[in-house]
Design a protein around this ligand. Sequence first.
Ligand SMILES: Nc1ncnc2c1ncn2[C@@H]1O[C@H](COP(=O)(O)OP(=O)(O)O)[C@@H](O)[C@H]1O
Ligand SMILES: [Mg+2]
Length: 288
Amino acid sequence: MDSPPRDPYPVYAFVNQKGGCGKTTTAVNLAGALAARGDRVLLIDLDPQAHATLGLGCAPDRPTVIDVLNGDATIADAVVPTPGRITLLPSEPRLAEFEETSGRMIHPEQRLAQALQDAAAAGIVFDHVLVDCSPRADGVLCANALFASTHAFLIVETGAFALQGALRALDVLEEVAENQGRTFELRVVGTMFDRRTKFARELLVALHGRFGAQMFDTVIRSSVRLREAPAHGRPVQELDSTCRAAQDFAALAEEVAHLRAGHVTPAPAPSTPATSASAASDPHALPS
Ligand SMILES: Nc1ncnc2c1ncn2[C@@H]1O[C@H](COP(=O)(O)OP(=O)(O)O)[C@@H](O)[C@H]1O
Ligand SMILES: [Mg+2]
């Protein structure tokens, strides 16, 4: 397979090799907040645990994202509408098989990028594509997410050892970027923030000190509403658009919309090498 041309859409991969740090919650509710602004949002569940799929009340029949990666279905075949006007490319436990079967493929890490390119070529428009990743940062699924991405969103729970965890995650991202010979921009989202805790406040200062302008200004506060939303099968904006979690995600969506404003959709060019024009000049880009 030729390298697919890059960046038909702004694509954000939600990463951190730590499980339970808020990747899925942030991806689903940011998708909801972007959609609430009127943007066209594709959420790709790239985790075999399928928490984003389940949390949006979706129990898919085939095809799902693994059929897209295998080349047996297009994105248009597999997507489903969900509450909150999010278009979802669902997952299922069968996706775990891809780690093994992809060993027989050439450039298996480029499958998602190719599928997005095909969707763009078919005239399907999305303003934002969000990819919820599994904690397995060194696997072929995460490699697919990062290869397809213009941005890696590192999700950091503002709890104990968060800075060390974030720096380890950064090492992994830099290694993947180097292996793939390409760049994507890094942005950091702090989450599960409890301002009553001195420790959490100090940690936030430390994160800003380390990541500077790569940190989003918005921090997602700890919220019971966010814990409840998946059981209702909908993003928090749909449950209660006035709650503080909905306000936090609306603010984050505003910042992400500004990121998108900097994204220039390139003209189709089938033999374009795998580089990101926007990342090339960006001071926040990871090295290729
Ligand atoms: N801002 C938040 N406030 C309260 N609970 C949260 C928040 N973000 C995530 N959670 C909860 O933390 C747990 C792990 O979150 P999840 O998004 O599934 O993490 P990951 O996808 O990284 O494994 C879930 O029970 C979720 O409801
Ligand atoms: Mg998850």
